[in-house]
Each structure stands twice: as C-alpha cells, then as structure tokens.
Design a binder for this molecule. Structure first.
Ligand code: DQA
Length: 146
C-alpha cells in the first residue's frame, strides 16, 4: 500500500512558527514519527509546498503513481482552495484532512473547509498525532496496523 503525506503552505516553518498553536516539532521530526508508525510493508512518502499549483500537480502525479491514500494538511489552502478540492474530485484518491491545531476553536474563517465534505474524515487538534491517527485509520482499514 502506498500512502502520500502532503503538507501545504507554512508547514515547513513548524518548530519556529507559533509554537503555542502548532507545537515545537519540525516537519522533519513529524515525518519521522509518521514513518516510524507505519508498518514496514507500507510505503509512505512525503511532499510539502507553499504553492497551490505544486500541490495540485503532486495530487495529479499521485494518481499516475497509483497512490492508495493521501493524508493532507493543506494549511490555509484548506479554507480557500477550490482548485485543490477539484484535484481530489478529479483523481478520486481517498484522503484524510488533518490539522495540528483545532481549527474549530480558532477564527471563524478556519472553520470553513473546501476539502472536509469530500474527505474520508477530518482530524484536527491533536498536533502531530493528527497525522498518526489518520495513518492508524488507513492501516486499520487495510488490516495492517502494527
Ligand atoms: C493548520 C490550520 C490552518 O488554519 C492554518 O492556516 C495552517 C495550519 C493546522 O495544521 O492547524 O497553516 O492547517
């Protein structure tokens, strides 16, 4: 099984960026934790970009590469990007929307998502564990939980 973890704008700034909201771990440290949580027969790959088009291109390539599931933290594009939504509608790759912070406990504009209603589900507010919980779900539905 192939799982792709996509992170959007400003997620590369984790560790520096608003630690009270997003925690102290860097993106590299979070990616290591995700890798460690996956069983060895699962291929997990990672992608981060600050550019909407690059994120869309990556979702299209994931279709060509037959990626089974995507875990995505689209950052602020979650709340704005019809184009990323359309990329998921086009490719039909099942995905889980994740957020480090609890977006529902923050500004009103962060409670809107262009992805949530077409996602398998949304996990928000558990810092880096949001990614691990998403992975656990994907592994469990494939009966491959470590
Ligand atoms: C975020 C929440 C978004 O509202 C914000 O723009 C981010 C990070 C999160 O992980 O909590 O960049 O997606």
């Amino acid at each position: 099984m192939k799982i792709l973890v996509i992170n959007g704008p400003n997620i590369n700034m984790l560790g520096v960026r608003e630690p009270n909201t997003y925690g102290n771990l860097t993106l590299g440290e979070i990616e290591r934790k995700i890798k460690d949580a996956a069983s060895t027969d699962v291929i997990v790959s990672f992608f981060q970009s600050n550019h909407e088009g690059a994120l869309i291109d990556k979702i299209h390539r994931a279709y060509d590469e037959k990626i089974d599931y995507i875990i995505i933290n689209a950052g602020a594009y979650t709340h704005t990007s019809i184009a990323i939504r359309d990329a998921f509608l086009a490719t039909k790759i099942p995905f889980i929307e994740v957020h480090l912070s609890n977006v529902f406990a923050r500004e009103q504009y962060r409670t809107e998502s262009y992805l949530a209603d077409i996602a398998l589900g949304v996990i928000s507010g558990f810092r880096e564990n949001s990614y691990i919980l998403a992975l656990a779900h994907i592994l469990s539905i494939n009966d491959k939980l470590k």
